[in-house]
Design a protein around this ligand. Structure first.
Ligand code: NAP
Length: 292
């Protein structure tokens, strides 16, 4: 079995790495802050003091950190993965980041004979815990086939989308649906409340119909209960929407819905809710409806 290194033990990375341990993989972990490392060590993982050390100890290194500069830092930076890389090492970046930078990082790793897959995920904290993530992969086909069992220990639907960067581009396409869905869910639930309907019953009823969505089923109840704990943080969706709109500009595609979603989330951030889950968007629609 391949030795796996795991960098980034946040909301997503911690349960994903726990699922790799459960699947029987030998795991070396690194996280910038310590508490998450301790709980993984208790579960059987080995702690490393830097991404470089993780790479030296592993056949496959998985990264899932916040943003594009963070991936550059943990892979290309001082004491980063590249410094510990060698021919045959595989790096799987599961963060959501710039497709362009992904291709550059992949090329840098290629110079020492290491390979890279971009494998961003969808399915939220729930999918990470339950190992049911959707994983969209870019990179060489032989490396993908070799790493498939590892990805299947964390996800249910694992698809190779094309060469380096194709996984990230697919994830950006996913985020177009995410923001559109969330706006729909919020408008629906605020309308229901104003109309005197039981919002939970509305969710229950519509979840079985043609307008159902993951957001309605999983985030609708949290929004109705005023439970804004993340899940997926507003500031991370905003990071993704910036990537979506930048790619749309490069491609010459008009995305008015995503642009509007980005602006509505700007309002939510301005209200101090950047660390909340994306379902907190309902508060903006409640304001607009005079419900606050
Ligand atoms: P999170 O809870 O904020 O965790 C981020 C992790 O990255 C933390 O462990 C953090 O370390 C680490 N990190 C960030 N910058 C770093 C740096 N420069 N050097 C070293 N470590 C660094 O975020 P998350 O929700 O797990 O999301 C991680 C990635 O998955 C993001 O790209 C996000 O867009 C994507 N994603 C998230 C979801 C979701 O539902 N949450 C769904 C799909 C995709 P510290 O503990 O020290 O802060």
């Amino acid at each position: 079995m391949k030795r796996i290194g795991f960098i980034g033990l946040g909301i997503m990375g911690k349960p994903m790495s726990q699922n790799l341990l459960k699947a029987g993989y030998q795991l070396t972990v690194y996280n910038r802050s310590r508490p998450a490392v301790d709980s993984l060590v208790q579960a059987g993982a080995k702690a490393a003091s830097s991404p470089k050390e993780v790479a030296q100890d592993s056949d496959v290194v998985i990264t899932i950190v916040t943003d594009t500069p963070d991936v550059e830092q943990v892979i290309l930076g001082k004491n980063g993965v590249l410094e510990g890389a060698r021919k045959g090492l595989v790096v799987i970046d599961m963060s959501t980041i710039s497709p362009k930078v992904t291709r550059r990082v992949s090329a840098e790793l290629g110079k020492v004979g290491a390979a890279m897959l971009d494998a961003p995920v969808s399915g939220g904290d729930k999918g990470a815990r339950e190992a049911t993530l959707t994983i969209m992969v870019g990179g060489p086909e032989d490396v993908f086939n070799d790493c498939l069992p590892i990805l299947q220990a964390m996800g249910k639907t694992v698809t190779r989308m094309g060469d380096s960067g194709a996984g990230q581009l697919t994830k950006l396409a996913n985020q177009i649906l995410v923001v559109g869905n969330m706006i729909g869910v919020c408008e629906c639930l605020v309308f229901a409340k104003k109309a005197g309907l039981d919002q939970k019953k509305v969710i229950e009823s519509l979840s079985a119909g043609a307008a159902s969505s993951w957001s309605l089923i999983n985030l609708g109840p949290r929004a109705v209960d005023g439970d804004y704990a993340p899940g997926f943080k507003v500031k991370l969706l905003q990071k993704d929407l910036k990537l979506v709109l930048a790619s749309a500009n490069e491609l010459g595609v008009a995305l008015p819905g995503s642009g509007m979603g980005h602006q509505l989330y700007n309002a939510l951030e301005a209200a101090g809710r950047g660390e909340d889950g994306t379902q907190a968007l309902i508060t903006i629609f409640e304001e607009l409806a005079g419900l606050r």
